[in-house]
Design a protein around this ligand. Structure first.
Ligand SMILES: C[S@@+](CC[C@H](N)C(=O)[O-])C[C@H]1O[C@@H](n2cnc3c(N)ncnc32)[C@H](O)[C@@H]1O
Length: 162
């Protein structure tokens, strides 16, 4: 149940949420259940093959109506819809320009919208993770929590209200 503990307190029924670097969509599917029939998940990835797998999984789970698949470019998310919450699970360390990525996520979030970043400890030393958090703060994010996510370094950040 890592997915529920990772995003559970921040995802509520009716929300529009984004899963950046969704991969095969373990967390997209979990969040689609959490947002309910009135909510939406925008599942974003660079790799079409990941989105193709997720498409099949969403259909099999009967959740296709709640999940919008979106193929992005390395340096451009291209999501215009405002979101209440974004997840970046085990993907930020793969991105060469973190400032740009986090800036794009910031722009997608509604005021006071939240971003959960979780990075695998095995690949991301504490110093590198602190650098990621510093970049986010420079962009205007506030640190609101440091949740426990198994095997990961994790923070929840909030976009300022104005
Ligand atoms: C280690 S996988 C994690 C997948 C998923 N978040 C999970 O935890 O199961 C990282 C994913 O991030 C994607 N990715 C890497 N760079 C990206 C970028 N700039 N924009 C969007 N997705 C990216 C990869 O294609 C890959 O699917």
């Amino acid at each position: 149940m890592i997915q529920r503990r990772s995003s559970g307190p921040y995802v509520e029924p009716g929300m529009t949420v984004m899963d950046v670097g969704c991969g095969m969509g373990l967390f997209s599917l979990a969040m689609a259940r959490m947002v309910g029939a009135e909510g939406r998940v925008i599942a974003v990835d660079l790799q079409q093959k990941m989105l193709d797998v997720l498409q099949k999984r969403t259909e099999k789970a009967g959740l296709a109506g709640r999940i919008r698949l979106h193929k992005c470019a390395q340096h451009r998310l291209g999501v215009e819809e405002p979101v209440d919450f974004s997840l970046a699970m085990m993907m930020v360390h793969e991105v060469p320009d973190q400032q740009r990525l986090l800036g794009e996520i910031y722009r997608c979030l509604k005021p006071e919208g939240k971003l959960l970043i979780a990075e695998p400890k095995i690949h991301v030393p504490g110093k590198a993770f602190r650098r990621t958090v510093a970049i986010a703060k420079e962009l205007g994010f506030d640190l609101v929590a440091e949740p426990t996510v198994h095997g990961c370094r994790a923070v929840v950040l909030a976009k300022k209200s104005c």
